[in-house]
Design a protein around this ligand. Structure first.
Ligand SMILES: [Mg+2]
Length: 320
């Protein structure tokens, strides 16, 4: 297949809805970055500082199973997924607000345990929970967390700045998060800030919907393509374990499972080479997993075999 004959695949439900919102919203001088990235940025206060804002809603039965995970782990996850989006912008989290839709029976006890989990993760990063809202109903548990953050003197990192020749790096092994990591991960905030301090990052996001799908998001936003080098994608033990049960390969799991919450980074080759050589992150290894090209998203299977087109495998937040 030639590159020219490639169709750009649609990213589906939630992505289409964001585009619909974008087509309707009128430009605002204070909206520096609107919907579609890991977080939005608005100009704030008389000093016109960048305020980074992100929100994420977790639904019982879809994002977690309360009976299996327990409320403290669910509380941790609801805070950590939002902090991960702040990390993806290379920003510092400043404050969180929380809204919860609780079941009427046992709601108070549940809320206290959720809060303990949230507070545990928030306090690790010095983030106060400054307010929110609770409500109760007959439906399942719903948790929405919003975080406000600030950028460093190097500014925010968006997902639309990748350029051909950039290397693609990630901060850890991928796949099989359903076996536990999706609840127990730590957002890569110190890692994102340290990489941003040391090197120019052209584009970054956190891997939430699956490596292949999130790579498509960066390519689409940056109007470029990418080659992912299959044998270089770091695989978790869990991806390998799941592969034995599902019949898919561990790499397939790494490409499509999602909720890894590692960082996917595009940066100039020279800077990436330096970072790879010095490995500046404490306890976290940077891996080179591919590079940015002009057009098309491809998987290089290694061993000199032909590249294969790589679709946006992963989790689509379907809207009908
Ligand atoms: Mg994200």
């Amino acid at each position: 297949m030639t590159i020219a004959s490639l169709q750009t695949p649609t990213l589906g439900g939630e992505h289409d809805f964001i585009n619909w919102i974008k087509s309707r919203s009128s430009p605002s001088k204070r909206m520096l970055l609107g919907p579609g990235d890991d977080a939005a940025i608005v100009e704030w206060g008389i000093h016109q500082a960048d305020c980074v804002i992100t929100t994420d809603m977790l639904l019982e039965g879809s994002c977690f199973r309360l009976a299996e995970a327990g409320p403290i782990r669910v509380g941790r996850k609801s805070m950590a997924v939002n902090l991960s989006d702040i990390a993806a912008m290379a920003a510092k989290p400043i404050a969180a607000v929380v809204s919860i839709g609780l079941p009427r029976q046992g709601g108070r006890h549940l809320a206290e345990r959720l809060f303990r989990g949230m507070e545990e993760v928030a306090s690790l990063f010095g983030v106060p929970i400054v307010g929110g809202d609770t409500n109760s109903w007959k439906g399942p548990l719903v948790i929405s967390v919003t975080i406000l953050g600030e950028v460093t003197e190097r500014g925010p990192v968006r997902r639309d700045g990748a350029r051909p020749g950039d290397w693609l790096l990630t901060t850890g092994a991928l796949g099989g998060s359903i076996l536990g990591k999706h609840l127990d991960f730590l957002p890569r905030i110190p890692e994102a800030l340290e990489i941003h301090r040391l090197a120019p990052i052209h584009a970054m996001m956190d891997i939430s919907d699956g490596l292949a799908r999130d790579l498509h998001q960066i390519c689409r936003a940056s109007r470029c393509g990418a080659v992912l080098h299959g044998p270089s994608v770091p695989l978790t033990f869990e991806a390998q374990k799941l592969a034995l049960e599902t019949g898919k390969s561990a790499l397939d799991h790494a490409l499509s499972d999602g909720e890894d919450f590692e960082l996917l980074i595009a940066m100039p080759e020279k800077s990436a080479q330096t970072l790879m050589a010095i490995q500046p992150l404490e306890g976290v290894l940077l891996h080179k997993i591919g590079h940015i090209i002009e057009e098309g998203v491809w998987l290089d299977p290694g061993n000199g075999e032909d590249f294969e087109p790589l679709g946006p495998l992963g989790f689509d937040h379907t809207l009908e």
